[in-house]
Design a protein around this ligand. Structure first.
Ligand code: HEC
Ligand code: HEC
Length: 320
């Protein structure tokens, strides 16, 4: 065998291994996507079973609403990487806000409405695991599973829609004041959001078209404040922190900068840049009085860069 032949064989062997490895990697990533989908499917199925036995009475046979509001809304959907609609995946912060909204509403119910409190932690009948299964069902929009499992269940016990759906609203009791922070007014923003609006090509324009506010900033800080405003929507801050006044979920950002604020330990603090930074990166260190401590997400330290935190602070400072 001469040298050039040997070299050719070596090149050939290397090429074949590269091709085999590439094939394996492609297989492996598809396998992982499928495995993830299967797990989500199983969790949603458990959620659907819980929904069939606990929630259809008020929210309808397929989540279309009855004495309780419709839950099969696009606004409650969290889109993954490869949504069939081709829409952008829901940004992580926004997904967290939807998750917190659904979880808290389920765990605590709604004060002064017939929406019961479900969280075992607060005296209800469902564990955190079960609440998360219901949240997955709703945010994945798997009403097909509710329909299928519900039909099987109803056939077995011989129940009709009339037996299942609440007929006498007057007989239901109201949920008393408890851990809940959400109500129909502050739910409106999530109810009405359109997760399918952010198509890859149109995504940039959708995110850069905010409502009002960041105009008062000095020219130098203006760019940072505008970026902060976009971030506040993309990261889901805006769903809990209203820029215009309180929506009851998180403290309002309007006029908060420079203000004296009461903390739960009875002390007061002046809201300056350092306090804002600490509240974003290490929430619940002091906790603003009057709001639920667990609600402010704990993971922005990992998600936001230093620049992004500065941009958010610059934005909050402009809200007079
Ligand atoms: C006895 C009736 C009743 C039952 C049972 C019930 N709900 Fe509700 N639910 C309501 C009502 C009424 C509201 C709206 C309260 C309000 O106006 O803020 C509501 C609100 C909600 C919301 C917030 C939706 C929004 O647009 O604000 C979610 C999510 C929800 N329910 C999920 C569930 C789930 C999941 C179950 C089963 C574990 C369940 N509910 C069982 C009556 C009920
Ligand atoms: C699910 C709701 C929720 C989301 C999402 C959320 N927050 Fe909060 N945030 C709260 C609540 C509730 C508090 C008050 C209780 C506390 O301090 O833990 C709070 C407190 C704060 C405070 C202190 C405000 C004050 O007046 O003392 C700042 C600043 C803040 N959040 C910034 C942010 C930023 C920036 C984001 C997005 C990157 C964000 N939050 C996302 C619920 C939320």
């Amino acid at each position: 065998m001469n040298t050039s032949k040997q070299v050719n064989i070596m090149i050939g062997t290397v090429l074949v291994s590269i091709m085999m490895f590439g094939g394996y990697m492609a297989y492996e990533s598809t396998r992982q996507v499928h495995a993830r989908e299967e797990i989500t499917q199983r969790i949603a199925e458990r959620g659907a079973r819980l929904f069939v036995s606990n929630c259809r009475t008020c929210h309808g046979l397929e989540g279309e609403g009855h004495v309780g509001p419709a839950l099969n809304r696009p606004g409650f959907r969290i889109l993954g990487e490869h949504d069939a609609s081709g829409a952008e995946p829901t940004p992580p912060g926004e997904a967290d806000a939807i998750h917190s909204f659904l979880f808290t509403t389920l765990a605590c119910g709604r004060t002064n409405t017939v929406m019961p409190l479900w969280g075992q932690r607060f005296g209800g009948s469902l564990s955190d695991t079960q609440l998360n299964q219901l949240v997955t069902l709703i945010s994945e929009g798997r009403w097909d599973l509710v329909k299928k499992i519900g039909a099987e269940h109803d056939k077995e016990v011989g129940a009709t829609a009339k037996d299942i759906l609440v007929q006498d609203v007057g007989a239901l009791s109201l949920t008393e004041k408890n851990c809940g922070q959400f109500n129909a007014d502050n739910a409106a923003e999530l109810r009405n959001r359109d997760p399918y609006a952010a198509k890859p090509a149109a995504g940039a324009t959708a995110a850069a078209a905010p409502a009002s506010g960041a105009t008062a900033a000095a020219p130098a800080a203006g760019g940072a404040a505008a970026a902060g405003k976009t971030l506040a929507t993309a990261q889901g801050c805006a769903a809990c922190h209203s820029a215009g006044g309180s929506n009851g979920v998180g403290p309002t950002w309007k006029g908060v900068f420079g203000k004296q604020e009461a903390l739960v330990d009875g002390s007061t603090v002046t809201v300056d840049e350092a306090y804002l930074k600490e509240s974003i990166l290490a929430p619940n260190v002091k906790v603003t009085k009057g709001f639920a401590p667990g609600l402010m997400p704990q993971n922005f330290r990992e998600k936001l860069t230093d620049d992004q935190v500065t941009q958010l602070i610059e934005y909050i400072k402009t809200l007079k």
